[in-house]
Design a protein around this ligand. Structure first.
Ligand code: DGI
Ligand code: FE
Ligand code: FE
Ligand code: FE
Length: 188
């Protein structure tokens, strides 16, 4: 079985220094959120380590893997920013021998979110926004919410992303909008 050191050196080899520091930050933040909200801290940390495994892969390589894994047509035809999450969920199984379906799902939906996210999916998604290296308008509010209410933090984070995408005239992936609507319709 793979040791933590082996895993981290393989993750490190996929990306730039800055992305690796972000990765370590997400693992740390995810572990803390898991301890706070009652998820498995080891799973959260592992998901953090691997969530952006494919983030720095060249677009043609990501495209090859999208076709190889027969990933959804709307992902292939949509924003390339989303590719690393869907490809990553499959690649961590083949290259890192990660078999835990909860960890795999957390990687798959860390960028878009979805309706009915598991606790671990929410944790990884929110950790991705609030890890210590992150700075963007609104990050402090999400950090504050994440101390008390994970769903509120998630709602704020998804809402902020949707607003940013609209501002930049980018398409909003349907799942992201549905996830946001689901939270808001429940008063979150
Ligand atoms: O990989 P990271 O930079 O750590 O963060 P991420 O995986 O959450 O997001 C990557 C990018 O994807 C980010 O710039 C926002 C963008 N994104 C998230 N949801 C959507 C999206 N882009 C489009 N076009 N549509 C979405 O629904
Ligand atoms: Fe990502
Ligand atoms: Fe990169
Ligand atoms: Fe990330």
């Amino acid at each position: 079985s793979t040791t933590r050191e082996q895993l981290l050196s393989q993750v490190r080899a996929q990306m730039h220094e800055k992305r690796y520091l972000h990765t370590l930050g997400v693992a740390e933040s995810a572990r803390k959120l898991a301890e706070r909200f009652g998820a498995d801290p080891d799973k959260a940390e592992l998901a953090g380590y691997v969530h952006d495994y494919c983030k720095c892969w060249p677009i043609p390589k990501l495209h090859t893997y999208l076709l190889r894994y027969d990933l959804p047509q709307d992902i292939i035809e949509g924003e390339k920013e989303l590719w690393h999450a869907f490809v990553g969920a499959n690649v961590i199984q083949s290259e890192l021998e990660i078999t835990d379906p909860e960890v795999i799902q957390a990687v798959r939906y860390h960028t878009t979110g979805r309706v009915g996210m598991s606790l671990l999916e929410k944790i990884v998604c929110v950790a991705d926004y609030i890890e210590p290296q992150r700075s963007f308008p609104g990050v402090e509010k999400i950090r504050e919410l994440a101390v008390k209410d994970l769903d509120q933090a998630l709602s704020e984070a998804l809402g902020g992303t949707i607003a940013m995408l609209i501002e930049r005239k980018k398409t909003v992936y349907p799942l992201t909008l549905l996830a946001y609507n689901d939270l808001v319709s429940k008063g979150i």
